[in-house]
Design a protein around this ligand. Structure first.
Ligand code: HEC
Length: 404
């Protein structure tokens, strides 16, 4: 994922510089319907896609280059005989925007989410995979790179808070040049301040094609935290639509390959940096709990600290909170928070902490109580989601009993 400022980001994050935090707060949604030739009768409901208007190579509101995901969406609309409408969501494309747009019913599908049951628990269901996307080593064409050893002695541009940065952190024989985006990594190559850029492959491919006359060789790299399958996400209740889309996808396979080429997405054979055995622990994301979610640190998570604490408590919040709670917290705290062990009975928060209940909740879920077995969630769930959980827990508080 637009899904946001690290760079796996490519899947559902901004692919570029603009993925930065200040930007996240700006959300503007406008819809426009673009009829396709297949269906212009008004009784056919448009297929509404949520998309970021400024996230090439994935999506754009420039009709001359709509982006890989949007063109895949157009092809699907055509195959289903439905016009395509867009809900432009001008913000980072992480879990939060999925919540607001897809689960908020502002669109029917979101193309390019990471295909993972862990992405948002059971609230989001997926189509078949539409593509695999990876980080890549970008360098001048003559430079052969087939393993991490080939990077020895080189200056390698790595993006702040991404898997490549973590991977190379312990290699003293490789000089790291920290950059904030794939664009910046490519520019470092161009300016000669780096020999290799270890950056998000699709964004690098697009830039190579559109700005650097394909001057660079792009070697994709697979491995934990380096590659993801992208699919189309739907709200759980849209199973029928998901099945329809799954039925037409096989027929669009070649079309999707052609579109990937059109947008410069790399299609080479990926290498593994360390071979299949002995993958160092380095490859393990920093936090086990986030393993299946692409660089969570760069995803939804960082926005938490920069955004005001959400305050809306409404039924949508409560329902969403219940869903996430049961998917994420229930195996320790009990389904629907029903829990016999008082110490972890979250229906007793108000009784136990009174007016400090909310503050205690935030501190505990953000930081965890690691020594006692309560994980920290601030890098996993956004404050919006945590707020939903809190809203849900508020509906369950008991008023009777002792405060121990
Ligand atoms: C791996 C098990 C585990 C998971 C998963 C877990 N917790 Fe906890 N949680 C604990 C334990 C154990 C404690 C008690 C720590 C203590 O005694 O101080 C706790 C304590 C808490 C408390 C403080 C309770 C109090 O009365 O002081 C809150 C709030 C809380 N958890 C919320 C959550 C939320 C929300 C989630 C899901 C996002 C979650 N927990 C997921 C194990 C877990």
């Amino acid at each position: 994922m637009p899904v946001i400022s690290g760079e796996f980001r490519g899947l559902y994050a901004k692919s570029g510089v603009r993925s930065h935090l200040g930007f996240l707060a700006v959300a503007a949604i406008l819809a426009l319907v673009e009829p396709t030739s297949a269906a212009d009768t008004s009784d056919v409901k448009p297929l509404r896609l949520c998309a970021d208007p400024t996230n090439l190579p994935y999506s754009s509101d420039d009709a001359s280059k709509p982006g890989f995901y949007l063109e895949v969406g157009q092809a699907i609309g055509k195959a289903l005989g439905r016009p395509v409408a867009y809900n432009w969501y001008r913000t980072y494309f992480g879990k939060r925007s999925v919540r607001v747009t897809l689960l908020g019913r502002q669109c029917d599908a979101m193309i390019g989410l990471p295909l993972s049951d862990d992405f948002m628990g059971p609230t989001v269901i997926f189509s078949r995979k539409i593509s695999t996307q990876t980080y890549a080593l970008v360098a001048a064409k003559g430079k052969a790179i087939s393993s991490v050893e080939d990077l020895k002695g080189s200056r390698v541009a790595v993006q702040y808070q991404t898997t490549p940065q973590n991977l190379l952190a312990l290699r003293d024989d490789i000089e790291k040049v920290t950059v904030l985006s794939t664009e910046e990594g490519m520019r470092a190559l161009d300016l000669g301040t780096a020999d290799v850029a270890f950056v998000w492959g699709p964004a690098a491919g697009w830039l190579n094609k559109t700005q650097y006359e394909n001057r660079y060789k792009i070697q994709t790299v697979e491995g934990k935290g380096l590659s993801w399958d992208a699919a189309i996400g739907f709200a759980r209740t849209s199973k029928e639509l998901r099945d329809q889309v799954d039925a037409v996808l096989p027929g669009l396979e070649q079309k999707i390959v052609d579109l990937a080429t059109k947008y410069g997405l790399p299609d080479d054979q990926p290498i593994t940096l360390y071979g299949s055995e002995n993958t160092p622990n380095l490859l393990t994301p920093r936090k086990a709990a986030t393993a299946a979610v692409p660089t969570v640190s760069s995803l939804s998570v960082n926005i938490a600290s920069t955004e005001r604490e959400p305050d809306a408590v409404n039924s949508a919040s409560v329902n969403a909170g219940k869903e996430v709670f049961n998917a994420t917290c229930a195996h320790c705290h009990g389904t629907d928070a029903v829990q016999g062990e008082r110490r972890i009975d979250l229906r007793r928060l108000q009784l136990r902490y009174g007016e400090n209940a909310r503050a205690t909740f935030w501190t505990t879920v953000h930081e965890g109580r690691l020594s006692k077995g309560m994980p920290a969630w601030k890098e996993v769930l956004t404050d919006y989601v945590l707020n939903d959980i809190y809203a849900y827990l508020l509906t369950l508080q008991t008023s009777a009993g002792s405060t121990d």
